[in-house]
Structure formats: structure tokens, C-alpha cells
Design a protein around this ligand. Structure first.
Ligand code: G6P
Length: 454
């Protein structure tokens, strides 16, 4: 089996003695699959070298992990930047998450043309490597919007390979796809149309099929899609939760809360995560329900992301201002209502998920949102999950969560209030149900579904 993803499952750092150490990569979804992929015989993982450490380890022949033939591609730096920043992140990510500010962006100009050529070249590099290492009839699992052209390119070189493509993000509706230059959407959808394409929920699968029909006409009617939601790995979560690091983070959080209720969010600093409206809703709760002042703390564990993008830097500043506004308005000498922590620390997130009373997951749009499933499996306090109806996981969890309309701050505030004031018996019943729903799917089932569609 070959997994092909833009970001690899581990990232490498150079130690002081010149050796290399690998640690869990930033893409939580793919990193979680490593043990599973490593457990299958003859597993290859092709990804891009993303950091200086990755490149140095690759050049030294030491970019290795147990059980997998890891192949990090050393891409041309300029091309890689255009592929990742301009096409993958600023264009396709924004398109699929509905984040465009249409009067201003996107603009398809000469710079985009150059970036699109780079996107094609990077996809070619991934396809070349795949075609070179694949054994006859090998299963090839291509991940995400960075690599939409790989299925078509691999099939052209190696028609014996069994290829699937899986999209971890939402997929745009036909009307949004009309924004893209025709040639760009045609080539992506033609490549994807040659293989089975997987999504976390039927909503994104249906959007893909409809977009394909609109862009490709008759040829698009043959597109094939399947739904395979990912689930957390309960064993791996329990192991991290019982680690010294996670336990110490959990008790630090308890000390910080000092007996107050904890509203938690755990996200990358990412416009689609809707962090600012979350703070505004919390502000409204404090404003309209004074009984909650000094009795609740909103802990936001936010990991910086894609900081080469102007939008992400600007969004980070907005997030920090929104948090500061709540604190300026309501803090007392003994209480800070919002605690914003931007350290990137997996054990800290796992520890905190054990301790929330309310977990807020209110994205504008999200392919799945694994946190909404991991939280209930880790939580020890019968915490309530307030979940955006625009998250892919909402379909699976809707019976046991409180629904959030992500654009409606008043509704979000009511959901937070209802969660904070929910009677203990209802909390316990919901938490039980949520644990069952969240554990219904696991990474092994997801991987088996992909292989079955190859
Ligand atoms: C999402 C995408 C992944 C991506 C991750 C982190 O989960 O589906 O493909 O790896 O975000 O984004 P980054 O740009 O840092 O790889």
C-alpha cells in the first residue's frame, strides 16, 4: 500500500549532535494513521519535505520511521511555495471552506498562472515517485486537495495501480466552483473522475458529484464517490491521556480554573474555525447572564498555522483582539474570563480535553472535525459538545450534541448557556451517547474502506 499525502506523518528536527529526531506532524489526521499504515505489510508513504529539518534528514538518508518506507520529496522551493501557498491554501482551501471575500479575492492573474504550473509540477513529482515505487497492482491512497492531479497522472503511467483519492476538507458546491478558471476545474475533476473519491460525509460527496456534472457535463456524470468518515483511535488517545505530560497539563488546567466551569476549544488558528464568533458568543453570555461572571473560564488552545499567508496573520491578530476585548470588559482582579494559549503541544490538548465542561466546535465549514469525536472519548466530566452543523462530523453526532449555527452569535450563546446549565442527568446521558457515536468509526475502519474502493 502507498499513502500519498502532502504533509508527512512525522517531521524531523536536527539534534545538537547532528542526528535527526522525528516527531508527530502537524496534520493530525494523517499523523494518526501512521501506526496503522506501519502495521500493514509493505507500506510506503510519499510526502513532501516541509521543513529544513525534513530536507536535511532526507539528504542524510535519515528521514525514516519504523515500519514504513517513508519517501520525502525534495521539491524545488519556489515551485513548492506556489503549489502550497497560492493554489492549495489560498485558492482550494478557501474555495472548499467557503472563505472567499469575493469582492477582493480570488483574482486569477499571471501570478496565479505561474502558481498553477507549479501545482501541476508538484503533482507530477508525487505521481512520478508513486509510479516508480509501486509494485504491480499496488493500492495507492492519495490524500486531499494538494494532490488532485495525482490520480490521473498515476493512472496514465501505471494503469495497473488501484488508486483512490480522499478529500479531508468539505467540497465546494457547483455555484462556488464557477469562481475557478474553467481549465483549472476541468483538469482537477477529470483526474479525480478516473478513480473513486472519498469524503467524510455524504454532503461533501454529493457536492463533488454535482460539481463534476456541472463542470464536465456528460463526462462528469461518471464520477464515483464514497463516504468513509474517519474516527479517533481510542487506544492511542488513552495512551497519550495517561502520559505524565498530559496528566500534568490536565491538573494545571484544573488549578487555573479553580473550581470554575471550563469552556474549551482546541483548534489551529484558521479562519474556517470561526474563533472570533466563539469569543463574541461567550461575551454575550457574560453580558446577558451575570450569574456566570467569575464562574466560568473559556480556555482556547490555538495552534499557529500557515503563518506565511497574510490572511492567517491578520486572522490571528483578530482572534487575539477578540479575546482581549472579552477580558478587558469582564476580568476582575481574581478572574480572567478568556485564557488564550498558542503553544503547539499535543499532550496539552489531550490533557485539556479530559477536563472540559463544554467543548465549543463552531467552524464555518469543516470536512470532519476530529476534535468533536476525540473530546467525548477523553472527557472525564460528562462535558457537553456544542457542534457546528457545518462540520462533517455533525451528521454522525447530531443526536448527542447541541447544534451551533456558526454565523448566529445569539444562537451560539444560547447553546453555550444551555450546555453550562444542563442538568447533571441529561449531561451524563448525552455524554454516554456521544461516546458511543464518537467511537463508531476508527482509523482501521476508515483505511479498510479506502482500500475496498481502490
Ligand atoms: C487539514 C487538511 C490536511 C492538512 C492539515 C494541516 O486537516 O485536511 O491535509 O495537512 O489541515 O494543514 P497544513 O497546511 O499545515 O498541512
Amino acid at each position: 500500500m502507498i499513502v500519498v499525502s502532502h504533509r508527512g506523518p512525522v517531521t524531523f528536527d536536527t539534534a545538537s549532535d547532528g542526528s535527526f529526531t522525528g516527531s508527530r506532524g502537524a496534520g493530525g489526521v494523517v499523523s494518526g494513521l501512521l501506526p496503522l499504515v506501519a502495521g500493514s505489510d509493505h507500506a510506503t508513504w510519499i510526502a513532501a519535505a516541509m521543513t529544513d529539518g525534513d530536507s536535511a534528514a532526507t539528504r542524510a538518508g535519515q528521514a525514516a520511521v519504523d515500519g514504513v518506507d517513508l519517501r520525502l520529496l525534495l521539491l524545488d522551493a519556489h515551485e513548492h511555495r506556489l503549489h502550497y501557498d497560492v493554489v492549495s491554501n489560498a485558492t482550494l482551501w478557501f474555495l472548499h471552506h467557503g472563505l472567499y471575500d469575493l469582492p477582493r479575492r480570488p483574482s486569477f492573474d499571471r501570478r496565479f498562472e505561474e502558481a498553477w504550473d507549479a501545482y501541476v509540477a508538484v503533482n507530477e513529482a508525487f505521481a512520478r515517485e508513486t509510479a516508480a515505487v509501486a509494485t504491480p497492482g499496488e493500492v495507492v491512497l492519495v490524500q486531499d486537495y494538494h494532490l488532485t492531479l495525482v490520480p490521473g497522472m498515476v493512472r496514465a503511467q501505471r494503469s495497473d495501480c488501484r488508486v483512490v483519492h480522499f478529500t479531508h476538507t468539505p467540497f465546494c458546491e457547483p455555484s462556488s466552483a464557477r469562481v475557478l478558471p474553467e481549465a483549472v476545474s476541468r483538469v482537477m475533476l477529470t483526474s479525480m473522475g478516473g478513480v473513486q473519491c472519498g469524503f467524510h460525509t455524504s454532503r461533501w460527496a454529493d457536492a463533488y458529484l454535482a460539481t463534476s456534472r456541472m463542470v464536465l457535463g456528460k463526462a462528469g456524470a461518471g464520477a464515483r464517490a464514497f463516504v468513509a468518515p474517519l474516527g479517533p483511535d481510542p487506544g492511542a488517545l488513552a495512551e497519550t491521556a495517561s502520559s505524565e505530560a498530559a496528566r500534568s497539563e490536565a491538573s494545571q488546567l484544573d488549578e487555573l480554573a479553580h473550581g470554575r466551569a471550563i469552556v474549551l476549544r482546541v483548534d489551529r488558528i484558521e479562519p474556517s474555525k470561526n474563533i472570533v464568533r466563539g469569543f463574541q458568543a461567550f461575551d454575550l453570555v457574560l453580558h446577558e447572564h451575570p450569574r456566570w461572571r467569575e464562574r466560568v473560564v473559556f480556555v482556547a488552545l490555538l495552534t499557529p498555522s500557515r503563518e506565511r499567508q497574510a490572511e492567517y496573520l491578520a486572522y490571528r491578530a483578530e482572534v487575539e483582539r477578540a479575546a482581549a476585548r472579552v477580558n478587558e470588559r469582564w476580568a476582575t482582579p481574581t478572574w480572567q474570563p478568556v485564557v488564550l494559549d498558542t503553544r503547539d503541544d499535543y499532550a496539552r490538548s489531550v490533557g485539556a480535553l479530559g477536563r472540559y465542561d463544554v467543548l465549543l466546535v463552531n467552524p464555518v465549514r469543516d470536512g470532519l472535525n476530529l476534535i468533536a469525536k476525540e473530546g467525548p472519548l477523553l472527557n472525564e466530566k460528562a462535558g457537553v459538545v456544542c457542534l457546528s452543523r457545518e462540520a462533517g462530523s455533525f451528521d454522525e453526532l447530531r443526536d448527542a450534541v447541541l447544534e451551533v449555527h456558526p454565523f448566529d452569535i445569539i444562537q451560539t450563546a444560547s447553546a453555550l448557556l444551555e450546555a453550562l446549565e444542563m442538568p447533571a442527568t441529561e449531561r451524563a446521558a448525552r455524554a454516554d451517547r456521544l461516546r458511543t457515536l464518537a467511537a463508531a468509526r476508527d482509523p482501521a475502519g476508515w483505511l479498510a474502506d479506502l482500500v475496498a474502493h481502490a
